[in-house]
Each structure stands twice: as C-alpha cells, then as structure tokens.
Design a protein around this ligand. Structure first.
Ligand code: UT7
Length: 430
C-alpha cells in the first residue's frame, strides 16, 4: 500500500479497510501492466539473411613473388594462403563491397530495405574517418529509416557488431539490423613490406539479424580487449595522435605495422579461450558444436587453437583463408556464407563465430541456427521490384544532393540581398 493511500483515508485512525474489497484500481492496473510487460513473449535474434562480395581481381602468391622478396611456398606453409582478392578500380571501396554484401543479405531474407532499423559496419578500412561507411551503405541501399554507424574492433569487428545488434534486438529497440564486415586493407598495406602485404585481402560479408519469437539465433556473446597490446598491430598515423603529414607519409606510418609473432601467440591462446567461454555461456558442450567459423587470418592459428586445444575435429571448422587471405572484419561473414553455400549449415546446428585482432581485441558468438538455409526463389517480377527500389533510392539521394546544392547557392545570395537592419530594428531575443 502506498503512503498516498494511507493519507487518502483522512481519518487519522491506524488503518481503514480500503474500498472495493481491498482493491486499488490504479495500483492494480499498474501491477497488471507490469505483469504484461514481464510475460511478453521472449525475443530472439535470428540470422535471416546473408551475403558476401569480393573483388574480381585475384592476386596469387606467385603474383606477389614479382612484387616483394617472398615465395609461394613460404606463404602457403606459414599461413595457408594461396591467393587473395584485391580491389582494382578506384571506385571499388569498402562501401561498394559492403553495399553488395548487404543487398544480397536483404534478398535472401526477402526484406524491403525500408524495414531495416540499424546498420552496423565493422571495418578497419572505412571510406573516411567520418562520415561512417555504414551511412554511405545506408544511402546506397535507400534504407531511409535506419541508424548507421561504423564499429572499430579490427578483425574482431564482425563478432562485436553481431553482439551489439543482438543487444538492440533483445532490448526491443530494433526489429531488423544489418551487420556488415567490409574491408579494403589492400589500400592500407605497404606493398614493399613482405611481412604484411602477403597476408591481407579485400571483401565484405553481411548478415541480417531479425527479432523473432522462434528460440535460438545468436544466443550468447563474449567480447574482450587488452589495450596493452595496442602497438602490436597498428596503423600509427592518420588519426589524431599523428595526423597525416609529409613526415608520416614519407616514413610510411600510414601503413599497417605488425609484430606477427606476438599476435600469433596471443591469437592461438585467445581463440580457444573465447570459444570455450561463449559455449559455457550458451550452455553447449564443445562436443555438441556443429561448426566453428573462425576469423581467417592464418590456417596455423586455427589449427593451434580451436582444432588442437579444443579438440574440435577438422570437418567442424570452416577454413577458406587459402582463397581470400585475411579480410579482417569481413572474414567471418564471408566464411559463413561459403559454409552455407557448401551445405555445412542446417537448422538446429550449433555454430560458433570467433575472432581476434588489433586492439588487442577478441570476441565470440554462439549461434543456434534456426532458419532454413535455402535461398527464396526469385522471379522476374521480384527482381524488377528490387531494381526499382534501388533505382528509386539512387534517384532520391541525387535529388536530395541537388536540392542541397541549390540551397547552398541561393541562400548566401539571398542573405547578401537582405537589407542590413539598424540595431534598433533587431527583434528582442525572447
Ligand atoms: O587479423 C590479425 C592479423 N594478424 C595476424 O593474424 C598475424 C599473426 N601472425 C602470423 O600469422 C605469423 O606470425 C606470420 C605469418 C605473420 C609470420 O609467420 P612466422 O612463422 O611467425 O614467421 P616469422 O615472423 O617468425 O618470420 C620467419 C622468417 C623471418 O626471417 P628470419 O628473421 O628468420 O631470417 C622473416 O623475415 O620469415 C621471414 N618472412 C618472410 N619470408 C618470405 C617474413 N615474411 C616473409 C614473407 N616471405 N612474406
């Protein structure tokens, strides 16, 4: 009973029986509402769409032998990489790759772009420091009602983004979230540094996460960071600590620098630990894992961590690093898409995504796959409708840009023509 109810008696006596057989309508209503809030059906965050895009240009280890002092044999035995994709045209960027990957994810889910609530783009090679690559993707796809931001957690970025997206959905703040990993690290590597340039590749992968009442989806996540290892893998210049200057460019400080051995040691330890931790959280024994999709940095890291330490058999760990190299935040979603294409994912499967990267950062997500993996059939009509949607989005964006340009030209002229007011004519400020 509230203090107000007591006061409401107005008798001064110790206690008076309330009206309506002891019921207080306002309180009861509130209690009912609270109960309804509590008994709302549980929400789950399901992956309902997926897609990836890689550049067409293939760069093999033999191609690299022409560029730096390296050998195909060294790269294959130390990393497992045979070739990677590299953007060719200047207009091919993290945003264009991310846009295509996201478009494919929307098509698999058969969802109109206008229904997406949030776009998170995990990237270490954004188009600009700002605006975010996610905002550019938002405009490219005409996703008019969505928030959009980039997430910087290096190669762990996709797992971080998935975890945040899950949180948004479980909190009831979003129904559909696009999670994208998009990279063009070929533009960040020093092509004369053999210790890094042979490792990285370009590409993008995306998933569409949706609120659902079907149990499963992304069921647990683990995120971690140890900034004491920040200098082990870094692009030293180009940020506020060392803004771009003639010196930073001439010393090559705007390229990736890495202590490969130290990162290797950290990675083998953390990949196994994070996988174990997320499985504990999800309540799934290691023996019940159907597929691990690890960050594709180096085949040896995968072998030394999830395969050997956790004793997960090789056919339950998806590896495609030989085709794409290390595509950083894009590597897990690209690998997931290929695993689905190869029939390695089925409803009811327990999946783990696990990554590590600069920061140092690490992360893992446990996923109970709960949706069909077949892509919906596309008809001539659905294709035409989709094309029309994207063309309308492009036209809308052009129109908005044109209007802004006109305003920016007309407004200064109008201001200049406005007669200057005498001080006594100025309106008093309210
Ligand atoms: O997403 C996170 C990104 N980073 C990583 O995942 C990197 C993790 N680290 C690694 O994958 C491995 O440490 C590397 C693949 C980078 C290197 O493999 P390693 O077995 O640790 O080699 P190393 O650094 O110990 O170098 C061994 C030798 C060195 O020569 P010396 O000093 O022994 O004479 C290197 O100079 O191999 C040499 N080397 C190369 N030789 C031919 C380094 N890079 C190359 C190269 N071609 N590309």
């Amino acid at each position: 009973m509230t203090a107000q109810a007591h006061e409401g008696n107005g008798t001064g006596s110790d206690y008076e029986a309330p009206h309506l057989n002891g019921h207080f309508p306002a309180e009861e209503e509130q209690a009912q509402e609270r109960l309804q809030d509590r008994v709302q059906p549980p929400r789950y965050a399901q992956i309902i769409g997926w897609g990836y895009q890689v550049p067409e240009r293939v760069v093999t280890n033999h191609d690299l032998e022409q560029v730096v002092d390296t050998q195909d044999e060294w790269i294959r035995t130390r990393t497992g990489i045979q070739e990677r994709r590299v953007v060719a045209a200047p207009q091919e960027t993290s945003a264009t790759l991310g846009t295509e990957a996201a478009r494919k994810a929307l098509e698999v889910a058969d969802l109109h772009p206008g229904r997406v609530d949030l776009i998170i783009c995990a990237t270490s090679s954004p188009e600009h420091l700002f605006p975010s690559t996610a905002s550019i993707i938002q405009d490219n796809l005409g996703i008019i009602n969505a928030g959009a931001f980039d997430l910087s957690a290096a190669c762990s970025g996709f797992v971080y983004a998935l975890s945040i997206a899950r949180g948004q959905i479980l909190a009831g703040d979003a129904e559909y979230v696009l999670v994208i990993g998009a990279e063009t690290l070929s533009r960040m590597v020093d092509w004369t540094d053999r210790t890094t340039c042979v490792l990285f590749g370009d590409g993008a992968g995306a998933v569409l996460l949706a609120a659902s009442d079907v149990p499963g989806g992304v069921t647990a996540s683990v995120l971690g960071s140890d900034g004491s290892g920040a200098e082990l893998l870094t692009i030293p210049a180009g940020g506020s600590a060392a803004p771009a200057s003639l010196e930073t460019v001439s010393s090559g400080s705007h390229y990736i620098r890495m202590d490969g051995r130290a990162v290797f040691r950290f990675a083998t330890r953390i990949m196994a630990a994070a996988t174990r931790q997320v499985l504990d959280k999800a309540g799934i024994p290691v023996s019940e894992v159907d597929l691990v999709v690890p960050h594709q940095a180096n085949k040896r890291i995968i072998q030394h961590s999830v395969l050997r330490q956790l004793k997960i058999p090789e056919d339950k760990v998806y590896i495609n690093v030989h085709k794409y190299g290390n595509t950083s935040a894009a590597s897990i979603p690209i690998a997931l898409c290929e695993a689905i294409e190869e029939g390695k994912v089925a409803p009811g499967d327990n999946l783990v995504f696990v990554g590590f990267g600069a920061g140092l950062t690490w992360g893992a997500c446990a996923v109970k796959w709960s949706v069909p993996v077949e892509k919906p059939e596309t008809t001539w009509w659905t294709n035409t409708q989709r094309q029309a949607t994207y063309q309308a989005a492009a036209a809308r964006s052009m129109w908005k840009r044109a209007i802004r340009r006109i305003y920016s030209q007309v407004e200064p002229r109008a201001m200049a023509r406005r007669p200057a007011r005498k001080p006594e004519e100025e309106q008093p400020t309210p």
